[in-house]
Design a protein around this ligand. Structure first.
Ligand code: AMP
Length: 181
């Protein structure tokens, strides 16, 4: 199963991705987690990403796509994966389809986690990550609206909508139901 998780920041994609990756037996690949890991290890990639993340802006696509491409080359991703946080722009989506085409594969589905802005702001303020200040939250929501939301149309043929406003358990069972249909 090759899946992408789409949705605004704070939609609970990371939590759902971890549960879903477990049930499907595929790796959970989160670009945000990969960047945070590189920042804590003080790598060059981490240094390149940090200022953008702190500001709530997108890390340049060249840097991000290269990191994803390398991750998808690893053995555990050969038979499937769950991409969380990538692609975030139409340009990135086009790069992803080229990467997969070269491997002779394609995405099965794109899960679109639907949640209101009030709920995402509440969730982000509650989790208290270092880039979860009010200013960066506002920037990230704006980036989502401008750059990421167009992917819902881009992926119209393979999109699966999930209501993401309930409890963690409700959302993960609706995800599995939606994928079954
Ligand atoms: P996330 O954990 O998905 O909320 O991502 C946290 C931050 O990492 C974002 O606000 C961006 O600065 C950066 N980031 C994660 N994924 C991407 C991506 N696909 N393209 C550019 N920047 C990204």
């Amino acid at each position: 199963m090759r899946l992408v998780l789409l949705g605004p920041p704070g939609a609970g994609k990371g939590t759902q991705a971890a549960i879903l990756a477990d049930s499907l037996g595929v790796p959970h690949i989160s670009t945000g987690d990969l960047f945070r890991e590189n920042i804590s290890k003080e790598t060059d990639l981490g240094r390149q990403a940090q200022e953008y993340m702190d500001a709530g802006k997108l890390v340049p696509t060249s840097v991000t796509a290269d990191m994803v491409s390398k991750r998808l080359d690893q053995k555990d991703a050969a038979d499937g994966f769950l991409l969380d946080g990538f692609p975030r722009t139409v340009e990135q989506a086009e790069i992803l389809s080229e990467i997969l085409e070269r491997k002779g594969t394609a995405l099965n589905n794109v899960l679109n986690y639907q949640v209101s802005e009030d709920v995402v702001v509440e969730r982000m303020l509650a989790r208290g990550r270092s880039d979860d200040t009010e200013d960066t939250i506002r920037t990230r929501l704006q980036v989502y609206r401008d750059e990421t939301a167009p992917l819902i149309d881009y992926y119209a043929d393979i999109i699966v909508n999930v209501d993401a406003e309930g409890t963690v358990e409700d959302i993960s069972s609706s995800t599995l139901d939606a994928l079954d249909r």
